[in-house]
Structures are given as C-alpha cells and as structure tokens.
Design a protein around this ligand. Structure first.
Ligand SMILES: NC(=O)c1ccc[n+]([C@@H]2O[C@H](COP(=O)([O-])OP(=O)(O)OC[C@H]3O[C@@H](n4cnc5c(N)ncnc54)[C@H](OP(=O)(O)O)[C@@H]3O)[C@@H](O)[C@H]2O)c1
Length: 304
C-alpha cells in the first residue's frame, strides 16, 4: 500500500479541504488533529465520500512539545512513515502575547516550533521521494501583495520564542508575529531541502493566497469578523485571493503530484515558483531557525 500523506490541522479551513482534494485522487491520508473526536468525524466523512481510500487519525497539539514528541515516537515505533508531511496547522494570536504550555510565544510555538519537533525525528526515516510542504504566506512580505498586513520582522529566533515582558501587545504586533512565523515557515522549507535533498527528501513552501473564508481570523473582534465575512464574496475576486477550494487543489497537487517535483526547494503560489522576500534569503537564517528549534525542543541534532 502507498504510504499516507500526513496533514496537520486537518479539522478546518485549508487543511480539511486539502484532505478532501487528496482523497479524491485516491491518496491515503493520516490526519493529525488536536481534537481527535472531530478528526474521527472528518475521517468518517472522507471514507464515506471516497470508499477504499485509507484514512487514519492521530492526535497531537502542535503547540505542546510533549504531545508532538509522542506523535513522532509513535510513528517511528509503528514504522508509519508518510510520503509527504504537510505542515498546515497554524494560528494567529491577535490580543496580547500568549504562551504555549512550554512557555514559548504561541504563534511561533504552533506554526514553527511544533512542526520542527515533528519533522526532526522523522526526516531521516522518510523514503527517498518523500516531501515536506510548509505553509507560507504573502504576509511575510507585507505591503500591497499582503493586503496591507505588516511584514515580518526578524530580531532572532530565541527572542521570537521568548518575547520580552515589555514587547508590544496590540493587534498589529500580533500580526507581525504571525507574518514572522510565516517567514520562518518559508525559510524552513529552504533549509530542510538544503539539508535532506541528497537523501531524496525534498521540501517546498506553499502560499495559498488570501483565503477569507477560513477560520484563521477567528480571534479577531466579532465586528471585524462580521465585516470580513460580509466582504468575502468580493475579497476572493481580488488578485492574490483564493477560494479555499482553489488553494486546496493547488496544495494537494504540490503534496502529491510527480509534476510538482521541479518546484521543490522553492516558494510556490498558484503552481508556480515565486520569489520570497529578500529577508527570506538571508545567509544562515534557515540554520538559525532549525537549530534553535531542535535545541529548545530537546531533540538530538539530525541531518546536520
Ligand atoms: N487563511 C488565509 O488567508 C491564509 C493565507 C496564507 C497562509 N495561510 C496558512 O494556511 C494554514 C491553514 O490556515 P487556515 O486559513 O485553514 O486556518 P483555520 O481555518 O483556522 O485552520 C487552522 C487549522 O490548524 C489547526 N490548529 C491550530 N492550532 C493547532 C494546534 N495547536 N495543534 C494542532 N492543530 C492546530 C486548527 O485546528 P482546530 O480545528 O482544532 O482549531 C485547524 O485545523 C495556516 O498555516 C495558515 O497560516 C492561511
């Protein structure tokens, strides 16, 4: 049987739609979710819609290192190695600075650190031909292409994981923390590809475009969400915006199609390689992100 495609954050938004797009093409799936009941319900819907496509569910909270470590250990023990790992789970914190159970800033802990903690023990086990897809975003660049979202700012990885007590706490600071986490996701794909491609494991980062219909804005003030929701039919027509279905089809293609092989090692939107920001190509940035995460997650260095 073909190895499954693992997708984190499969219970909602882009992850859920991508699970359907992948199952439609007959790809076995491993859904990684923090709410196992919702994951099992999703798995039942997928099995009903696509009989014969194997779908399994694994629980993990990406913001909790012990939870992610257990998942990685279980997969290694069971020798269940995915052929693609889609690092999709993500969140935006709008109000104040929230910390994970391990004490790290929650946006970076979930979007970046948790995924490194999952990947680091697994990458050496993956078969040649395997892929990692990280979720980038034009927010990392800021400005017009990011619909006015503030660009990423990079002090250093340690400060981002441990913001000082006097760090700004307004919603714009929360947006910067999100766009910075997306910069880190893009750079991680470059770094993983650089370190593992000789072993046949390739990595790529995907920009899904602005998808106003997902739950990513769930922490915004209800009035802001209501306006956003009312404008969604107009927003999805703007250049750079997408319906969830369009992005899910592109992400499923990138995760599974042999035709996408030439795009590995790059930042990809709408099935084409894109330039990411100049900051994302800074020498040593990928190593800083990977090595700091591996160290704070307490994982033995791998793939050096
Ligand atoms: N929406 C956009 O415009 C946009 C643009 C560019 C990039 N992206 C990226 O696309 C990805 C998917 O976002 P979305 O828009 O589909 O948002 P979404 O609808 O909010 O879905 C996020 C998914 O991540 C999961 N998740 C959040 N925190 C988690 C944790 N600690 N552990 C495990 N799973 C967790 C959520 O699980 P629950 O269902 O349990 O909450 C949910 O399944 C993210 O990486 C996001 O940064 C989105």
């Amino acid at each position: 049987m073909t190895d499954p495609i693992l997708i984190t954050g499969a219970t909602a938004g882009l992850g859920r739609a991508t699970a359907f797009a992948l199952a439609r093409e007959g790809n076995p799936l491993m859904l990684v979710v923090r709410d196992v009941d919702r994951g099992e319900k999703l798995a039942s819907s997928l099995r009903e819609a696509f009989p014969g496509v194997p779908v399994s569910v694994r629980g993990a909270d990406l913001s909790d290192l012990s939870s992610v470590r257990s998942l990685a250990e279980d997969l290694i023990r069971d020798m269940e190695f995915p052929r693609t790992i889609v690092c999709n789970a993500g969140l935006q914190v709008v109000d104040g600075i929230q910390r994970s159970v391990d004490g790290f800033e929650l946006t970076m802990a979930t979007n970046v650190l948790g995924h490194v903690a999952l990947l680091a023990p697994l990458l050496d086990h993956l078969r040649p031909g395997s892929r990692v897809v990280t979720l980038g975003s034009e927010t990392h660049r800021g400005g017009l292409k990011a619909f006015g979202f503030p660009a990423a700012r990079w002090p250093d990885m340690t400060t981002l994981l441990h913001p000082p007590a006097d760090a700004p706490t307004g919603s714009s600071a929360g947006q910067v923390r999100y766009s910075t986490s997306k910069l880190a996701c893009i750079v991680l794909a470059y770094e993983i590809d650089r370190r593992w491609k000789d072993r046949g494991v390739r990595a790529v980062s995907f920009d899904p475009g602005l998808m106003p219909a997902t739950g990513l804005a769930r922490e915004y003030h209800p009035a802001v969400r209501a306006i956003y929701s009312a404008l969604t039919p107009l927003l999805v027509r703007l250049p750079g915006a997408k319906t969830v279905q369009e992005s899910a089809d592109d992400l499923a293609w990138l995760a599974s199609s042999a035709d996408a092989e030439g795009l590995m090692g790059q930042y990809v939107g709408a099935r084409r390689a894109q330039q990411s920001s100049s900051l994302s190509y800074r020498e040593g940035l990928g190593a800083e992100i990977w090595d700091t995460c591996v160290e704070v997650a307490g994982i033995e260095p791998v793939g050096a």
